[in-house]
Design a protein around this ligand. Structure first.
Ligand code: NDP
Length: 383
């Protein structure tokens, strides 16, 4: 029997109140089609906290499969796992083998656990690499590839054709060295934001990136430099961005008085920051909202909607993935390829080591801490 531990919750609430560390054992005789995996790394994303709080749109399924007194669910949607044992019939499919590194192929997997018995393994898991082909990849990179980078990739490509816009602009004025089409984003130092900066730069796009001011000017400058090093064109603090002078002057010169228009805004934050993004969009521009970190809504201003003919879209990776499973897999493979080539850097993390005797309190706090702002990186359980 394999001894395993999982963070579980049986009712919604704050992670530090409702999560429990539950120990259980997994029988060595696996059901047909199942595999046993051991977790190598799992990030704590904001949506994982919202799921435990009960405020996330996708609700978990509560079961007694792990032998908890009350039906429970395991939070966590992303992770990198190693296949340790195969049930009958799996090896014959040729798609999974012992030692493979795999990630969940859908959301709601429950990754905050040391091991998982995965039914219908060839459907539920995506093989990333076998022991021979993992050179250049770390568990942290594999564990964090499917949500943030994938979301950034799709939002930059599926709403406005910025690459075509860049090509057309270049054709119109090949003598200038202005650069590709602009996009604008808030929450630029988030995992999604950092991915968008890098992918945008790889695709020849220019980005205006809004961050929140740090507690010292030096810390703000350091974060600005970090994002510039990733490929950001411009980094501004929220205070600078929300100052009326920004739209009136800085933006005017960056966009050559609107001749290099901002057609795409990515909104991670909501509230005043989102209203600022709306103000900067060019006529017929699109704002894609994917996060609400400030927990505040923003007005859809009537005038700009009509007279600038703006478009407001929402992005939700879970639904996009259900609708486009093959493209999801391809997107992940492309990003992993970029990582292997050293062209894409994973977002910084705060590692939390999950050893066999790590206390429940430490693990719960790592989950709870995710929604605190001004962090150096999101939490990553490392096993
Ligand atoms: P990270 O944990 O990497 O970063 C969190 C970001 O939120 C940081 O930029 C942080 O800025 C900012 N932030 C935290 N608190 C506040 C606040 N009170 N006001 C303004 N900004 C704040 O996040 P992810 O990249 O994983 O996720 C970012 C958002 O995107 C989340 O809302 C997440 O749910 C959403 N998301 C949505 C997806 C979808 O399919 N719709 C897919 C992936 C992510 P600071 O450092 O200044 O605190």
């Amino acid at each position: 029997y394999t001894q395993a531990k999982a963070l579980v919750f049986s009712h919604y609430g704050e992670p530090s109140d409702v999560l429990h560390l539950h120990q259980h054992s997994i029988s060595p005789s696996l059901p047909p089609g199942a595999v046993l995996v051991r977790t190598l790394a799992a990030p704590v994303n904001p949506s994982d906290v919202n799921t435990v709080q009960g405020t996330y749109a996708a609700k978990p399924t509560f079961t007694t499969l792990l032998g908890t007194p009350a039906p429970s669910a395991v939070p966590g949607n992303e992770g990198c796992f190693e296949v340790v044992a195969l049930g009958p019939g799996v090896a014959e499919t040729g798609t999974l083998a012992r030692g493979d590194w795999v990630i969940p192929s859908t959301t709601g997997f429950g990754t905050f656990r040391t091991h998982a018995l995965v039914d219908n393994a060839t459907k539920s898991l995506l093989r990333v690499c076998d022991a021979a082909s993992r050179a250049g990849l770390t568990p942290a990179q594999v564990a964090t590839v499917s949500v943030n980078p994938c979301s950034a990739y799709r939002m930059l490509r599926d709403y406005v054709d910025l690459i075509a816009q860049s090509v057309a602009a270049f054709a119109a004025r090949p003598d200038t060295t202005g650069g590709g089409a602009w996009f604008l984003q808030n929450g630029a130092n988030s995992g999604v934001g950092r991915a968008a900066i890098q992918l945008g730069a790889l695709w020849g796009l220019r980005s205006i990136n809004v961050i929140r001011e740090r507690d010292t000017p030096a810390a703000t400058a350091a974060l600005r430099d970090e994002l510039l090093a990733l490929g950001a064109t411009v980094v501004v603090t929220e205070a600078e961005f929300l100052n009326r002078e920004f739209a009136a002057s800085t933006l005017k010169s960056l966009t050559r008085d609107g001749r290099d228009p901002i057609m795409l805004g990515l909104n991670c934050v909501g509230g005043k920051s989102a209203a600022g993004v709306v103000r900067c969009l060019a006529p017929k521009g699109t704002m894609v909202t994917y996060g609400g970190m400030s927990r505040q809504s923003f007005p859809f201003p009537t005038g700009p909607q009509i007279f600038k003919r703006l478009r407001f879209e929402g992005f939700w990776l879970s639904e996009w993935s259900k609708e486009n499973p093959a493209e999801k897999r391809r997107t992940i493979e492309e990003i992993l390829g970029l990582i292997k080539l050293g062209k894409f850097k994973e977002a910084p993390v705060e590692e939390v080591r999950w050893e066999w005797d790590t206390e429940e309190k430490v693990l719960k706090e790592a989950v709870q801490g995710t929604l605190q702002g001004f962090r150096s990186g999101k939490g990553l359980f490392v096993f």
